[in-house]
Ligand binder design. Sequence first.
Ligand code: PMP
Length: 357
Amino acid sequence: MNNRWLRDTIRNLEPYAVPVVRESIVINANESPYNIFDFPAVRAEFFSRLRSLASNRYPDPMAQELCAVLAAYAGAAPDQILAGNGGDEIIGLVLHTFVNPGDDVLIHSPTFDVYGIVAASLGANVCAVPDDHDFQRNADVFRKTVHAMQPKVTFICNPNNPTGHLWPLEDIAAIAAASDNPVVVDEAYVEFSGQDSAVSLLKKHDNLIIIRTLSKAFGLAGFRIGYAVAGKRVINALTLTKEAYNLNSVSQLMGIVAVGHSEEILRQTVPTVVANRTYLTAELNRLEGIRAYDSAANFILVKVPDGPAVTAALKRADICARVYGDGVLADCIRISVTTREVAELLITVFSGGKHYA
Ligand code: PMP
């Protein structure tokens, strides 16, 4: 193919590469260790309703029943919710709705790659505020940058992927107040943070767009269900570029059933992951030369003296983790927190146990 066929803004783009997983312990994508079908009540209701699903009919274009349950779960009104094909689709919709070529899009760095990739593909000018030492974000510096630059869209990942750093809601509110434009708060991991969602700030800050997902705490990554929570007019704007039938009927049904059982699901999944996170962070920090950063999410960023050696050791232990090769994340490895068994295995590997040499 002739490279000149490509749109100018994507000619030099690096794709968001998802490597093939060959290992059997998969902790590279912050997935849940729990399969939703292991909850008997969820399983029974889903399959019973699936039987009467009309495959020949298009799905509800606005996923109204799902939006109603998501609204109740998130503490918003149904017209403040837009459901999408994962949080990824919502990120794309936000950028496609608000960004012109040449506009500034502000992120903090390091963070989730997708914001910058999609913004760049639209010809935006992606600007990044780097973290302070030890991946601590400086809310004051970020707020002042927002105020001075007035980026067309600002992204805040809270808790941040891949560092796990959490900004309190006061900082989010101050950043929203500093901007005349949309400010996105990506809360993919908020259920693990022990902090309330920024949804409560919407009343005062109508430029906020909160992104949530059922991929993480609900263990539904395979069903691709994400959503935006924002003011009604912002939600209407986000539908301008949405594909009519963006969320398929089976996913809509699963979302409705899962959120209907949210208490039962989250009661089992979140406290276990949080307890294992505390344990794993403490144990890893006891090891010489290893730094496990405090995380408010279901993963931990770990800095090691020799990244390639630990990566090889993890592979030998049949573990697939997320490895970062360069820049500020050189020698850093991000591990999803799952079961105590996996935590024990990780401690052995990171301590230079039998898989290390
Ligand atoms: N935001 C963040 C910060 C993420 O880490 C992810 C998934 N890795 C997403 C959004 C997208 O999640 P999904 O599309 O599965 O809802």
